[in-house]
Design a protein around this ligand. Structure first.
Ligand SMILES: C[S@@+](CC[C@H](N)C(=O)[O-])C[C@H]1O[C@@H](n2cnc3c(N)ncnc32)[C@H](O)[C@@H]1O
Length: 194
């Protein structure tokens, strides 16, 4: 058993965590149902077990990007049987400028992540640029009428940055297809490229 506290509990590997996989999968079922034959990018993938559901449903490639090495240690064990899964350890604020012309994936998961970077709008637009078809977005529960504010202020910045998600998504060419209530007040939005 790996020590420390995780985000998603993974039975037999690290059970001490904030959330269960059942909670974190709420609202994702329609996307998982269309995963066969698709490629998937999971931004802020934590222990990789959300992406693993897409892999098990037939996704041909799943790339998870995650900042915490401890989460990725769990991910690599939990997803060892899914050989189409790959993980990269990076902070998105470094990953985004390093990929000005990013690989494009059929499905992009931006679940509980954009508020973790100094510029949530930049993270959301990167997710859009990386997405060929369906982008799944989950805002933190404190998001208000489409606004998502960064958890932290960038060093030297006068205020925390924020983004109005519906406006940014429409500007990037996506339409809201469905919105499903998830765990703990965190709804999942399905944005489809027009
Ligand atoms: C709130 S959890 C959401 C995890 C998962 N996407 C889900 O929906 O359950 C955010 C995850 O992103 C990671 N993370 C936080 N800030 C990050 C950053 N700047 N770049 C990459 N990953 C980050 C955290 O370590 C954590 O695993």
């Amino acid at each position: 058993m790996i020590g420390g506290k995780g985000w998603i509990a993974v039975p037999g590997i690290r059970e001490n965590a904030d959330r269960t996989l059942e909670e974190q999968l709420l609202g994702l079922e329609f996307a998982i149902a269309e995963a066969a034959g698709k490629t998937v990018l999971d931004l802020g993938c934590a222990e990789g077990v959300i992406g693993r559901e897409f892999a098990r449903a037939g996704a041909t490639r799943v790339l998870g990007v995650e900042s915490l090495p401890g989460h990725l240690e769990v991910a690599r064990l939990a997803c060892a049987a899914e050989t189409q899964m790959e993980f990269a350890q990076a902070y998105l604020q470094d990953w985004i400028p390093a990929h000005p012309d990013p690989e494009v994936f059929d499905l992009v998961l931006a679940l509980g992540i954009i508020h973790k970077v100094y510029d949530p709008g930049e993270a959301l637009r990167f997710a859009c640029r990386s997405c060929r078809d369906l982008l799944l977005f989950r805002a933190p529960a404190h998001a208000w009428e489409g606004w998502v504010q960064a958890k932290h202020r960038a060093p030297g910045a006068p205020a925390r940055l924020r983004v109005h998600v519906p406006t940014a998504m429409e500007e990037e060419g996506f339409a809201l297809e469905r919105k499903i209530a998830g765990a703990r007040g965190e709804a999942v939005e399905y944005w489809r490229r027009r």
